[in-house]
Ligand binder design. Structure first.
Ligand code: IPE
Ligand code: IPE
Ligand code: MG
Length: 247
C-alpha cells in the first residue's frame, strides 16, 4: 500500500474493537443483550461522525470466531440483532452512500443471515462515501489460514509470496491497512483482530464502554492519533522527508 493516506492527520482507515457491551449492561442491572442493542445504536452515531470527519473506511469488530463459545442464548441474540440491524438500517445506510462489506468467514453463518449480509453488500457495492467493513465471524488467525489455503490451492510459486500478495488473499483485499485501532472498555489486547493488517496501526484504548463511546470520545481518539508520530520502522527525519514528497 502507499504511505500517502497514512500520513494524513485524520485516519483514512479507522478500526474499532467495540468492547464492553456486557459490562455496560451489568452496571445498569440489565441483561447482556440490552448492552449489545445499545451498542448497535451507538454504531449508527459513530458511523455518521466518521463520515463528517472524512474517514473513508470504518472497520468494526462485531463478532469474533471465538465469540461462538459464549452462552447459546447470547450467541442467538447477537445473530438476531445483526439481522434486525440490516433490516432496519440498510435503506438509510444506502442513502448515506455507505458501502457495506463483510470481513470474516462465511462458513458458520446461518443461510438466512448470510443472505441478508450478501444483499446488503450487493445493494451498496457502488457507494463511495465510506466503506463499512463488518468484521463478523472474524478471526485474524483464521483469515491468514484461509489466505494460505487459497494460495496453496492456486499453486502460487513460493517466490511470488510477499506481503502484498498475501494481502490480496485477505478478507480486506484491495483496502489500505487500518491507521488507527480503537478499543473501548479498557482491555489492552487485540483479541485476534486485524493481526496482519494492524502491524503498524496506532492503538488507542479508552476505559469507556462501547455504548458510551460518543462523539466527544471519538474526537479524543482522533486527537491522540493526530499527535502521534508514525515511523514505520524509519527515522523521524526520513518520515519528514517522505511527508514533504507527498505534498
Ligand atoms: C463486545 O462487548 C461485543 C461482542 C463481543 C459481541 P462484550 O459482550 O464483549 O462486553 P464485555 O466485554 O463482556 O463487557
Ligand atoms: C473482541 O471482544 C470481539 C469483539 C468486540 C467482537 P471480546 O470481548 O470477545 O474479547 P476478549 O474476550 O475480551 O479478549
Ligand atoms: Mg468483551
Amino acid at each position: 500500500m502507499s504511505l500517502a493516506p497514512t500520513l494524513t492527520r485524520i485516519p483514512y482507515h479507522l478500526a474499532i474493537i467495540m468492547d464492553g457491551n456486557g459490562r455496560w449492561a451489568k452496571a445498569r442491572g440489565l441483561p447482556r443483550l440490552a448492552g449489545h442493542r445499545a451498542g448497535t445504536e451507538n454504531l449508527r452515531r459513530t458511523l455518521k461522525a466518521c463520515v463528517r470527519h472524512g474517514i473513508k473506511i470504518l472497520t468494526i469488530y462485531a463478532f469474533s470466531t471465538e465469540n461462538w463459545g459464549r452462552p447459546a442464548e447470547e450467541v442467538r441474540g447477537l445473530m438476531s440483532i445483526l439481522e434486525q440491524v440490516i433490516e432496519r438500517e440498510l435503506k438509510e445506510l444506502h442513502e448515506q452512500g455507505v458501502r457495506i462489506r463483510h470481513v470474516g468467514r462465511v462458513e458458520g453463518i446461518s443461510p438466512r443471515l448470510l443472505k441478508k449480509i450478501e444483499k446488503a453488500v450487493e445493494l451498496t457495492k457502488h457507494n463511495d462515501t465510506i466503506i463499512l467493513n463488518v468484521a463478523f465471524n472474524y478471526g485474524g488467525r483464521q483469515e491468514i489460514i484461509d489466505a494460505v489455503k487459497r494460495i496453496l490451492q492456486e499453486a502460487v510459486p513460493p517466490d511470488q509470496v510477499d506481503d502484498a500478495l498475501l494481502g490480496q488473499y485477505l478478507y480486506t483485499a484491495g483496502q489500505p491497512d487500518p491507521d488507527l485501532i480503537v478499543r473501548t472498555s479498557g482491555e489492552m489486547r487485540v483479541s485476534n483482530f486485524l493481526i496482519w493488517q494492524g502491524a503498524y496501526a496506532e492503538l488507542y484504548v479508552t476505559p469507556t464502554y462501547w455504548p458510551d463511546f460518543d462523539e466527544s470520545e471519538l474526537q479524543k481518539a482522533l486527537d491522540h492519533y493526530a499527535a502521534r508520530e508514525r515511523r514505520f520502522g524509519l527515522t523521524a527525519e526520513q518520515m519528514k522527508r517522505l511527508a514533504g514528497q507527498g505534498k
